[in-house]
Design a protein around this ligand. Structure first.
Ligand code: GLU
Length: 505
């Protein structure tokens, strides 16, 4: 068997959509799992919509996802260039070969004429297929006219199909696909301006790049019969194996659209999702591992990936499910990476200075760890960590529930007993436990009656990370040089008591 060669062939006409990222991922997993080669080819034949900016963003997104390629744009290789806009002479040469072989012909029909034909076909309730007018021109006449008039080059479907009524092929996901030749018109291979059509360019390139497996979205399933006829006409010795992945649907059941917001990889990147979480989730859209395990690292995905387990059923993109998975990945990030990402997020919010000293970034990393298992994306961290940086007794008491609870004598005496014991000595976890024990003995309160007043008094929130972990982090923060200083626990408890007394209960 020839070594695996797969390609990811995006068109740089917009942002990298999650559907295309999933295609890139499946090709990557397939290549990596089989010691194959992944090629990146840029399909920029839509000169109006393609732009170098989109190409650069696409490459940045792929790099962020960790999806590297072995050949193609930026990597080089024998079959280059790898941008279709730089391959126009190749398409022309191959189209001329097909004309020589009698499998393609020049077409002189004007756009107006073609439009009139299409309208007439539509009005008659028929599919709009090219009438074949120029196919019937005598060869000599066609050649003569080509010298003088601009011409497109069309594919002679009847000739290419060699009288067979159906194009039949095996798809790894869809099984046997049968497509009537009669539904395929003589499509354009090369337009008058010399640019190729998608169905032609893709095959010329897949043949030249010796692609063994074509893995792409379902939207290309109906293009495949056309492409198979081109393969045959070009004399390709073998066809690649095809796999068409199911559509990705949004919450409402319609194809995932931009209106639903989170559809581009760039969005997930700027929100600070761990890239391995998005990869993990994308892998589960239309595929599942035999083990049923959901949380998978990129290495585990490579091990487990098997195209035979790809599903035909449309996949549903569920942001809540992604978030749940992402928080699990966040909690498993190596400490250094978590700290770097968290510093970026907190610097963006003005809580810490960018590029802080080591002691600050270590502390930020430990702080992020406290929230990690509820933190799908770093963009959520400033909001969650605000209870450290934005303490205000007045704001705490502006919550009617918290205010009422702290004014109850028992809760208030807990906070008073705590405040009396908080001094200059750093509040480490053992010290907090010892103080809580003393307060419990002094007042005879325990459990929720003891800890809840402490939580709401010091953090202003009714829930959050475990106090025994959170309070020492607050204390440490109060001793660090931060852009937004953190008030220590003693200061918090005293300010709160003062606020309660000040407003009179
Ligand atoms: N450029 C095509 C797209 O972005 C890819 C076609 C293919 O993979 O054959 O949809």
């Amino acid at each position: 068997m020839s070594p695996v060669r797969v390609r990811f062939a995006p068109s740089p006409t917009g942002e990298l959509h999650v559907g295309n990222a999933r295609t890139a991922l499946f090709n990557w997993l397939f290549a990596r799992g089989r010691g194959g080669t992944l090629i990146l080819r840029i399909e920029d034949t839509d000169a109006v919509r393609s732009s170098p900016g989109h190409e650069a963003a696409l490459i940045e997104d792929l790099a962020w996802l960790g999806l590297g390629w072995d050949e193609g744009l930026g990597e080089g290789g024998e079959a280059g260039p790898y941008r279709q806009s730089e391959r126009l002479p190749t398409y022309r040469r191959r189209a001329e070969e097909l004309m020589e072989a009698g499998l393609a012909y020049p077409c002189f029909c004007s756009l107006e004429l073609l439009e009139q034909e299409r309208t007439a076909q539509r009005d008659a309730g028929r599919a709009s297929l090219y009438s074949g007018r120029c196919r019937r021109l005598p060869r000599d006449e066609a050649r003569r006219r080509m010298q003088a008039e601009p011409a497109a080059i069309r594919f002679d479907i009847t000739g290419a199909a060699r009288g067979e009524p159906l194009v039949v092929f095996e798809d790894r996901v869809h099984g046997t696909v049968r497509f009537p030749v009669a539904q395929i018109g003589d499509f354009v291979l090369l337009r008058r301006d010399g640019w190729p059509s998608y169905n032609f360019a893709v095959v010329v390139d897949d043949v030249a790049m010796r692609i063994t497996d074509v893995i792409r979205g379902d939207d290309h399933l109906s293009n495949t019969p056309r492409q198979i006829l081109v393969y045959r006409a070009l004399g390709a010795p073998t066809l690649p194996a095809f796999a068409h992945l199911p559509l990705i649907l949004g919450q409402g059941g319609a194809p995932l659209s931009k209106r639903e917001g989170a559809t581009s990889v760039g969005w997930f990147r700027t929100q600070g999702y761990p890239p391995e979480a998005l990869l993990n989730y994308l892998a589960l859209l239309g595929w599942s591992p035999a083990s049923g395990q959901e949380l998978l690292t990129p290495e585990e995905l490579i091990q487990a990936f098997d195209l035979a387990r790809a599903s035909r059923a449309p996949a549903h993109f569920d942001l809540d499910k992604l978030d749940a998975l992402a928080a699990r990945h966040m909690a498993r990030l190596p400490a250094g990476r978590l700290a770097d990402l968290a510093v970026q997020a907190l610097a963006g919010a003005g809580f810490v200075a960018p590029g802080p000293p080591g002691a600050v970034s270590d502390w930020v990393g430990r702080l992020a760890m406290l929230f990690a298992d509820r933190l799908p994306k770093m963009a959520d961290l400033p909001g969650q960590a605000a209870l450290l940086f934005d303490f205000s007794a007045a704001r705490t008491l502006s919550d009617p529930g918290i205010d009422a609870e702290l004014r109850q004598p028992r809760a208030r005496s807990v906070v008073e007993a705590l405040a009396r014991r908080l001094g200059d000595e750093p509040l480490t976890a053992p010290r907090f436990q010892a103080i809580a024990d003393e307060v419990r003995r002094e007042l005879g309160v325990k459990g929720r009656d003891l800890f809840h007043p402490i939580r709401i008094a010091l953090t202003g929130a009714a829930s959050g990370p475990e106090l025994v972990k959170l309070l020492p982090i607050i204390e440490e923060g109060s001793r660090l040089p931060l852009a937004r200083p953190v008030a220590g626990c003693a200061v918090r408890a005293r300010e709160l008591l003062r606020a309660i007394s000040g407003t009179g209960a």
